[in-house]
Ligand binder design. Structure first.
Ligand SMILES: NC(=O)c1ccc[n+]([C@@H]2O[C@H](COP(=O)([O-])OP(=O)(O)OC[C@H]3O[C@@H](n4cnc5c(N)ncnc54)[C@H](O)[C@@H]3O)[C@@H](O)[C@H]2O)c1
Length: 363
């Protein structure tokens, strides 16, 4: 069913008012193209707190209550824990609402395929948001790669160090849901946060032919494990190879307004390299993007490199898309399933002792 763009401000609901709501809300604040008309969370204190942002919005404890109320809604922002993504998204599509869903799409392929079938039969749009593709230093990195100035690309290197000190306050129950995910075999570093890193590889260099992974685990406090050290290598269909290394630095202080994640993205070409020095945290205090060519380093000093801006731009892209239907959703359900296959391919490789796995062969 063809999508018909909406020719009036979007009537929106926000479902899940936990830690990441504070950044997702930025797309809706001071935006004449949208009215937030409904808020949903099981936690009454969060409903009260967030209603201060949208005093005229109705509040509900569950999606069922919101559906039953008959409130008129065009699209919803689904910010639920990953294990509830399928159930929540399907309820919303069934209610006739377009859905902007947080990543990872879901934990396994069968669940993602059920979602795809539901999207196709619903006639509604489901987007799996990927805010890193709206982070200006990474957008500029892609422009530099696509311009050919680095010469033929010979490799992609990603680094991620999770530190245990610094950053924003994270509610205990948010952490508990992350640890539940780890117990399901979907760790916070490789699967939840790492989803973004795998996304950037597909965005920059296209489909992956083969992935090999060695996914480690570290007990940080008794009974609580984190999925590092982890190393993943892969080869794209165009022959470009990627390497991604995840390390834990439990006692390292990292200045951050958000999670304490020290990240690096580096593309090496035949003539030079381009590197994004940070994103979520404020680790390296040099410009967020640098390009080395012909013996000279060019540094970008005026980029919008606050991680929060990627949420605002990603959300605004979605809300704008609903008004025009033009361009890529970044990502639609098919693209999100490709990211999931990449992640599941890495898990399969790890289970097989690090041998090569084709993401397209995952069932
Ligand atoms: N894009 C990013 O960079 C990024 C960063 C962090 C988290 N996330 C994703 O955002 C999502 C939410 O993460 P979070 O950190 O905000 O989690 P959270 O646990 O802090 O918040 C989840 C909220 O959902 C509510 N909730 C749980 N079950 C519910 C139900 N059945 N009905 C109504 N409300 C319910 C909880 O009360 C809580 O307020 C996850 O998918 C996570 O992977 C994305």
């Amino acid at each position: 069913m063809a999508f018909i763009p909406l020719d009036r401000p979007i009537r929106a609901g926000i479902i899940g008012l936990g830690r990441i709501y504070d950044l997702n809300r930025l797309a809706y604040v001071d935006n004449d193209g949208v009215d937030v008309v409904a808020l949903v969370d099981a936690n009454p204190a969060r409903r009260v707190r967030c209603q201060r942002d949208w005093p005229s919005a109705l509040t509900f404890a569950t999606i069922d209550e919101m559906v039953a109320s008959g409130v008129e809604v065009d699209a919803v922002e689904v910010l639920l824990p990953i294990a509830l993504h399928e159930e929540g998204a399907v309820q919303c599509l069934d209610a006739g609402w377009h859905v902007n869903l947080q990543k990872p799409v879901t934990n396994d392929l069968a669940s993602a395929e059920r979602m795809r079938a539901n999207v196709n039969s619903s006639g509604r749009q489901l987007r799996v948001m990927e805010n890193y593709l709206f982070y200006e230093p990474l957008e500029r990195l892609k422009e530099i790669v696509d311009s050919g100035q680095l010469g033929e690309v010979s490799g992609y290197h990603l680094k991620m160090v999770a530190s245990g000190r610094g950053g924003w306050d994270v509610p205990g129950e948010t952490y508990e849901r992350q640890f539940e995910q780890t117990r399901r075999g979907r760790g916070a570093l490789f699967f939840d946060d790492g989803w973004h890193k795998l996304s950037t590889a597909l965005w920059l260099f296209g489909p992956v032919r083969e992935v090999r992974a060695w996914i480690g685990t570290t007990e940080i406090i008794p009974g609580i494990e984190i999925d590092a050290p982890t190393t993943v290598v892969w080869e794209h269909e165009n022959g470009i190879r990627g390497v991604w290394d995840i390390t834990l630095a439990v006692d390292m202080y990292l200045r951050s307004d958000y999670y304490t994640n020290d990240e690096r993205w580096e593309v090496t070409g035949r003539r030079g390299f381009a590197r994004v020095n940070r994103c979520t945290g404020r680790g390296i205090q040099q410009p967020s993007l640098e390009v080395y060519l012909d013996g000279e380093m060019r540094a970008y000093h005026a980029l919008n490199d606050d991680w929060a801006s990627s949420f605002r731009e990603s959300g605004r892209h979605w809300l704008g898309w609903l008004r025009t239907g033009e361009g890529s959703l970044q990502w639609n359900i098919d693209e999100a399933i490709n990211v999931l296959r990449f992640a599941l391919g890495a898990y399969e490789s790890n289970a097989r002792g690090g041998t090569g796995v084709k993401p397209g062969d995952i069932h």
